[in-house]
Design a binder for this molecule. Sequence first.
Ligand code: GDP
Length: 291
Amino acid sequence: MPEGKIIKALSGFYYVLDGENIIQCRGRGVFRKRNITPLVGDYVEYEAENDKEGYVLSIGERKNDLVRPPVANIDQAVLVFSAMEPAFSTMLLDRFLVLIESKHIEPVICLTKMDLADDLKKLNAFIADYRKIGYTVVETSSETMAGLNSLEDYLTGKTSVFAGQSGVGKSSLLNAIRPDLALKTDEISSSLGRGKHTTRHVELIPAAGGLVADTPGFSSLEFDGIDVEDVSSCFPEMAELSSSCKFRGCIHINEPKCAVKQAVEKEEIPSYRYDHYLQFIEEIKERKPRY
Ligand code: GDP
């Protein structure tokens, strides 16, 4: 049975990419009966009627899925942050990182507008902090094209979703990588970035030897579904120290002999990372119970 990946879903059709071929498929009734809706990103088995049309027969197990945009089997999230306009914020970056870590999606931090950076010393210190934690940080400029080859290397062979505030340069990056798409920069970002309550259709577009969602992910930055005990596992430098804490299940706030607090005191963990950790915990504690 041939296999492929759904790259687009529109008006009851699923467009299945198999090698270089795209087959327009209908779903067999079996999905509706089992209450499974095929998602863009799903690996499927299909039956070909001819070289252009066919039927989706079964969906492979999903490794993850996002609600906004509705897409499955994301390998990595490219977190796009501008050096300037808007200014780089570790607070917002950490928020995105927690959301992505909690979904078990690999993050790639992509700094844009490096051509505008005015305080490189400060920015480089932050970059060094995140690299020390183990994160990939790519420095780019869609203006000078710096760093774009490096970003493309990370996209190859993977399915990626771009995420980041409106105006940071996501569409400019995609345009630089796939100039033929000619996404309208500001126009696209306002229709995509703020359309929180509209479920726009999402399409995976081939780019740099991988697939990239044409709609930014993580438009909601709420910690829905994340509990207080989960947060430290979303901070890799804390997670790796947890087993050295005196108390099992230590959440690194008031417990004595906490390896994380000791590392913060010794400045092995940046204090701003720990402050954000505490702030996120507070936010989750204050969350109203969901009914
Ligand atoms: P998006 O909302 O994240 O998709 O951001 P856009 O790609 O629409 O970019 C927002 C604005 O920033 C546009 O006016 C772009 O021309 C500008 N911009 C994007 N990338 C760069 C860059 O690397 N350098 C400079 N100087 N401006 C950029």
